[in-house]
Structure formats: structure tokens, C-alpha cells
Design a protein around this ligand. Structure first.
Ligand code: IMP
Length: 211
């Protein structure tokens, strides 16, 4: 799906030149840089520009993606691309969802092993035989310094496995097995993940619209 759901004007094209990747998450920056490689834009990360990481006060993926993209575009004067994403577990009523990163908060910083364990504990607390279906959502927001924003939503269906497997990728990759595969995201080559992931799904829509 693309768009915020309201009546839309024609989608704006993205001109060649610098594009801020409005994220401090190295895994997302790496994946978005790879996805952008064929399209003649020069990606520069928010960290490279010393941009602050805005507090994610939104309650939807759309709101948080827009907030991050707008903040970077306002501060840099450049078009900026932000990703808000998360893992939604059916048996947990869609949790951790928009709070996926928060489930990793620990006194020493973000701890993804802890986050994956929390999800597993919550699933096991539901009892034996609980369905392990889950999906990742990714909303990409592309904001221009004049305030214009475009949104694109991608999704990847799968199920959760335990214990975690694989060393590639980031976040919850070691427990997510996408539909049609037996490996977790963290066991796939990056190119294979890029062919099927929620981020790649959103990105394909962005490419069709703005390039
Ligand atoms: P946020 O978009 O900054 O709120 O963070 C979303 C969180 O979802 C990330 O920090 C990751 O933990 C998780 N996440 C999003 N996309 C992926 C992915 O492709 N693989 C694994 N975890 C992901």
C-alpha cells in the first residue's frame, strides 16, 4: 500500500542527488543503502550528518516514519527517507508492533537477545499449541524540505522459531522464518532477504512511484 489513506496528489519524483537515510539503526541503513544502489542517488546517513535521533512519539508505523523523515529533511535541507518497522505476532494481538525496538531496551542499551526472549516468553505464556504466525511491517516515508511526504507500506508473512538461528542481519532476524523458506532471515544471504523482505516490499513500491 502507498499513501496515508487520504486524497492524494500525484506522487513526486525524486531527483538524483543526496538522500538522507534518516535512521541511526546500522542494519536499516545498510539494507536501504544496498536497495538504493541502482537508482543514482547518493545516500548519506543521519549519523554521518550528526542529526539527532527524534523521539518516536507516534502510535503508528506511518506516524513514526513521517516524524523521522520530516525531522531529517527539516534539519538537513535534503530529501530524507525514514523506515519505521516492527514485528507483529498474531497470538500477541500484533505486539510488539510499533514498540518492537522498545522491547529491546535494557540498562546497557538495546539487547536483541533479550527482546527475542521476551517475545518467546510471551508466546509460551499463551500455552502449548499457540500459533506462531507473525509478520514484519515496514513503512517508508520520503520527506522533502518543503514539507511534502510520500509513504509506502510493505509486509512479510512468516512464523517464529525458537531458539534463534543465524548470524546475518539485525534485530529479530534470527527468530523470523519467512513463508516459503526454512531458514530464518538471519540465515539468508542479504540478497535473498532483499528479494522477499518487508523493507524490500515497501522499497519496490517506492521505486515504482518516485524514480
Ligand atoms: P523502529 O522502526 O526504529 O521503531 O525499530 C523497529 C525495530 O524492528 C528494529 O529495531 C528491529 O529490531 C525490528 N526490525 C525491523 N525490521 C527488521 C528486520 O528486517 N529484521 C529484524 N528486525 C527488524
Amino acid at each position: 500500500m502507498s499513501g496515508g489513506g487520504d486524497a492524494r496528489q500525484a506522487i513526486r519524483k525524486l531527483a538524483p542527488g543526496r538522500l538522507v537515510i534518516a535512521s541511526h539503526n546500522k542494519g536499516k541503513v545498510r539494507e536501504l543503502t544496498a536497495l538504493l544502489a541502482p537508482y543514482g542517488v547518493e545516500p548519506v546517513s543521519a549519523a554521518d550528518l550528526d542529526l539527532p535521533e527524534p523521539v518516536e512519539t507516534g502510535t503508528t508505523f506511518f506516524a513514526n516514519a513521517e516524524l523521522k523523515a520530516r525531522s531529517a529533511a527539516d534539519l538537513s535541507g535534503l530529501p530524507s527517507l525514514a523506515d519505521d518497522s516492527g514485528l507483529c505476532v498474531d497470538a500477541l494481538n500484533g505486539d510488539p508492533g510499533v514498540y518492537t525496538a522498545d522491547w529491546a531496551e535494557a540498562p546497557s542499551g538495546r539487547d536483541w537477545a533479550l527482546a527475542m526472549r521476551k517475545v518467546e516468553d510471551a508466546l509460551q505464556a499463551k500455552g502449548p499449541g499457540t500459533a506462531r504466525d507473525a509478520h514484519f511491517v515496514c513503512v517508508l516515508a520520503l520527506a522533502w524540505p518543503d514539507g511534502h511526504v510520500e509513504w509506502f507500506e510493505g509486509r512479510a508473512e512468516g512464523s517464529l522459531t525458537w531458539p534463534p538461528r543465524g548470524t546475518v542481519g539485525f534485530g529479530y532476524d534470527p527468530v523470523f522464518v519467512p513463508h516459503g523458506r526454512s531458514e530464518t532471515y538471519a540465515e539468508l544471504d542479504p540478497e535473498e532477504k532483499h528479494a522477499i523482505s518487508h523493507r524490500a516490499d515497501a522499497f519496490a513500491q517506492l521505486v515504482a512511484a518516485v524514480f
